[in-house]
Design a binder for this molecule. Structure first.
Ligand code: PLP
Ligand code: CA
Length: 307
């Protein structure tokens, strides 16, 4: 095929690419770790990039942990020199959006998890008490559950305690067209150990989109907002930045949307065959999911960094 992209990186090419870039943005799950297991060589790659004067950022759609908790996870998995300021999660960026972009004057109704709640709290964004005692009173149902008149936004993230009641409340709030509708990320599902998967935030958002006849504003990858969040705090030249990810529809599309060079690593969700399918497709919009480069693993960067 004459289509471009999907170049398998080897030896000297990796060195040339790294020489041309100053900033490396890593997706987390599937790239530097899988669940609680670091990808072999990934901690060394991150340390060596820093030693070589590169700036390193972590861009994750996982909203389940607040930033400070991520620092602990990085340490636990052997990434010993990662700072909180380098970690951009969909929870952190959702809170930043509500505070700095929407400048929300009111409360947020959250379908989510601890990581989202903590980031909203740290950003000073008021939240309505979810699953409040009132909801659990006998006789409380979708007909009479209390609704807070101060709610001006609904934020949907990953929620293992998602219920029909939460969905019902959220679509009541969204009847008001002034009420914002945000989603932490569009991820459909995530791999768990042993071949199982868990539904992602995108599945819950889809339910609410159907129920409300509205479309959510997505904060996480592939939306540009996470990049803008980083760029608002650090001086970033997209032409000198590299995005490394494992999911074509989020990470690679994010990189394309932000004008970054993109690398698909094969230690996570997407396969080389899927990348080729996007590359060989007739539909022009599919091209944005084609990675510029492909590596088996981020460990492929080790040799270029060690010399
Ligand atoms: N959200 C949840 C709940 C997850 O479990 C995961 C991955 O395990 C993700 C999002 C995706 O994270 P990342 O963007 O780091 O791949
Ligand atoms: Ca990933």
């Amino acid at each position: 095929s004459s289509s471009r992209g999907c170049v398998t990186l080897r030896g000297a090419q990796i060195r040339d690419l790294l020489d041309a870039k100053h900033n490396v943005l890593f997706d987390c799950d599937g790239v530097i770790w899988n669940g609680e297991t670091a990808v072999t060589g990934a901690p060394e790659v991150v340390s060596l990039l820093k030693q070589r004067g590169k700036r390193v950022f972590f861009v994750t759609n996982n909203c389940t942990r607040p930033r400070e908790n991520y620092v602990q996870k990085f340490c636990r998995l052997g990434f010993t020199d990662v700072a909180e300021e380098e970690i951009f999660s969909s929870a952190y960026c959702s809170a930043a959006y509500l505070r700095d972009v929407a400048r929300l004057q009111g409360k947020v109704y959250v379908i989510g998890c601890g990581g989202v709640m903590k980031e909203l709290q740290d950003a000073g964004v008021p939240v309505v008490e979810e699953d409040s005692a009132a909801d659990r009173e006998p006789g409380t149902s979708i007909y009479n559950c209390p609704l807070d008149p101060d709610v001006k936004a609904v934020l949907v993230g990953y929620d293992e305690n998602f219920t029909f009641m939460k969905l019902a409340k959220a679509c009541c709030y969204l009847r008001n067209s002034e009420c914002l509708f945000l989603a932490t990320d569009p991820d459909p599902w995530h791999p768990l150990r042993g071949g199982r998967i868990t539904p992602g935030s995108g599945s819950l958002t889809a339910a609410l989109e159907t129920a409300s006849s509205r479309k959510a504003t997505v904060i996480g990858k592939p939306s540009r907002f996470m990049y803008e969040c980083i760029a608002s705090q650090f001086d970033l030249d997209p032409a000198r930045s590299l995005m490394i990810g494992d999911r074509l529809e989020t990470d690679i599309l994010f990189g394309s949307n932000c004008g970054l060079s993109t690398v698909l690593t094969l230690t996570g969700v997407s396969t080389l065959e899927e990348a080729h399918r996007y590359r060989d497709s007739e539909a022009p919009e599919q091209k944005d999911c084609v990675p510029d480069y492909v590596v088996e693993s981020v460990a492929d960067f080790l040799q270029a960094l060690e010399e």
